[in-house]
Design a protein. Structure first.
Length: 547
């Protein structure tokens, strides 16, 4: 049972920091495995070339010169060990960042040292930039880690260069005799080193800004794809108050529909109030034929959202448009379920005010087919709550003109449960005749017709036979004066159950229809098999309609 939401409850912001780190951890693990693996292969191929006779000619002779090929092989060792370490999938977010920083820093220091010892006349711009920019663009880490790598390059290059100059006389001799560059040995070399450090600093700073931009972009994208604990998969549709997305709960992986309020409303304050009210009103309803609300809140960007059960099927608007008018027995079966949902809402002084074919959804639940869900209490109103008066402006029409009862067309018209029954009569007309009670050319004409005109009886319009009793029920729902209609949903439901039908709609027939025509998903075959096993018991009990 859903827990009622207190009237004073405020929409709270859901933190997604932990989930963002978790998603980033998964991406970082995959990227590091790829980077370390590819780097190991490239360094291995390079060292194989060296082993088969391709010479690496050092600029100067030092005590390390005989082992130049082996020293280049350090890259293979570093990235090879790193690739082996990454075979373990249990590293957490912090450990992965430490591994990344240690491996890349060590590779950069080896690169800088090789340049300083064997090629002191070259600044390793290309190689250092390649490592920095590949890391910045491909490895998802916070900007502080890229700053650490930048500092390693900017300080590491002059440090190892000066240490090599002091440690190996051959480097000083190279600069003194002009083999490297002409000029005063110490002054020229210092200028060269610090000029190289300055150029590396420019590259390093650029890589830091790149990391910051991409990290923030990932975070914004993550926020845009999540609503609290729900991961957005795709857009499902758009209604009058917002967009609906297909989502999945991040922890329990439950399919969910998430509705997000539009941010471009010209009356944002009133829209937000109605949106929040929709959630609170809907969350108090527990009837099985009413859409279930799971959660609500605000995104990190400030948009209001709420999560509700995800339904697979089609609404009555699509159903009739695709398959034409439905037989009377099926219409009675479906309409009685809608009455059950409205009866609970009306007992809590809640009037839907926007009953229409697209807000009545046909789905399957637990092996039951042709199961109705009443959607979108976005215009719902508590008839005994005077505090809501400010939310409905005088002169502003709410609802859908084709199914709008006459009293809603008046500025001070009384809205009560009979308002929903008029709209439900229009929906019944649509189901039986394949068109609304009136077919106006404009929205205003639709309102005028509902106020002034009496529609033809459904049996006069429909291509299918309609029992006279059902004809009378629909016409009674469409009476202009609320006093002449059914007075509540329970009375209408009892009248529907009293209609004599040649062949009542059963779960066997519903299951057969869905197997031929219904939208199928990966669980469709299993649902049909389940239905076959329980259909005998269900048909013995009769239609599943809760009151």
């Amino acid at each position: 049972m859903e827990t009622p939401v207190p009237k004073r409850t405020r929409i709270t912001e859901h933190s997604t920091a932990g989930s963002f780190e978790q998603d980033l951890r998964e991406l970082l693990y995959k990227r590091l495995r790829l980077v370390f693996g590819l780097a190991f292969l490239l360094s291995l191929i390079t060292n194989l070339f060296y082993a088969f006779g391709i010479e690496v000619a050092p600029m100067v002779e030092t005590l390390f010169t005989p082992w130049v090929h082996q020293i280049y092989g350090v890259f293979s060792v570093v990235f090879g060990l790193a690739a082996i370490v990454m075979l373990y999938p249990g590293w957490n977010w912090r450990q992965l960042r430490v591994i990344d920083y240690v491996v890349i820093s060590l590779a950069l220091l080896v690169l800088l040292s090789l340049a300083a010892v064997f090629h002191p006349h070259l600044v390793p711009l290309f190689a250092a930039a390649l490592l920095l920019f590949i890391h910045a663009s491909f490895v998802p880490v916070p900007v502080t880690y890229q700053i650490g790598l930048a500092v390693t390059v900017v300080l590491g290059y002059p440090l190892v260069s000066l240490l090599a100059y002091v440690a190996f006389p051959s480097i000083e001799k190279c600069w003194a005799d002009g083999s490297c560059l002409t000029g005063s040995a110490a002054t020229t070399y210092l200028n060269f080193v610090f000029e190289g450090a300055f150029m590396l600093a420019i590259l390093a700073v650029t890589s830091v800004f790149m990391t910051k931009a991409l990290y923030n972009m990932r975070k914004k994208l993550h926020s845009a794809q999540r609503m609290g604990n729900y991961v957005i998969e795709r857009e499902l549709g758009e209604g009058g108050m917002g967009k609906v997305f297909v989502a999945e709960h991040a922890l329990i992986c439950r399919p969910t529909a998430v509705k997000v309020l539009k941010d471009d409303s010209s009356e944002m304050t009133a829209a937000l109030a109605r949106f929040e009210r929709e959630v609170k009103l809907s969350a108090t309803l527990t009837h099985p034929n009413t859409i279930t609300i799971y959660d609500f809140g605000r995104t990190e960007l400030g948009s209001f959202y709420y999560a509700m059960e995800y339904l697979e099927g089609l609404d009555l608007q699509d159903l009739v448009e695709r398959f034409g008018p439905m037989p009377a027995d099926r219409a009675v079966y479906l309409l009685a379920q809608v009455c059950g949902s409205l009866a609970e809402a009306h007992s809590r002084n809640i009037v839907h005010r926007d009953i229409k074919p697209s807000n009545i959804f046909l789905t399957h639940r637990g092996g039951l087919f042709d199961f109705i869900k009443v959607l979108d209490f976005g215009l719902a109103k508590e008839t005994k709550d005077s505090d809501l008066a400010a939310l409905t402006q005088t002169g502003v029409l709410f609802g859908t003109p084709l199914y709008m009862p006459p009293e809603m067309a008046y500025a001070e018209g009384t809205v009560d449960p009979r308002t929903d029954l008029y709209s439900l009569g229009g929906v019944a007309y649509w189901m039986l005749a394949g068109r609304p009670p009136f077919v106006p050319s404009t929205r205003m004409q639709a309102i005028i017709d509902n106020v002034n005109k009496v529609p033809d009886r459904p049996s006069q319009v429909s291509e299918l036979p309609i029992p006279e009793a059902l004809d009378d029920i629909v016409m009674k729902c469409l009476e202009k004066k609320p006093a002449d209609r059914f007075q509540d949903a329970a009375e209408l439901q009892a009248a529907l159950r009293g209609v004599e039908l040649d062949s009542p709609w059963t779960q066997v027939r519903a299951r057969d229809w869905w197997s031929l025509n219904g939208p199928q998903d990966r669980r469709g075959a299993q649902l049909l098999a389940t239905a076959q096993n329980i259909e005998g018991a269900l048909d013995a009990v009769g239609p599943v309609i809760s009151t």
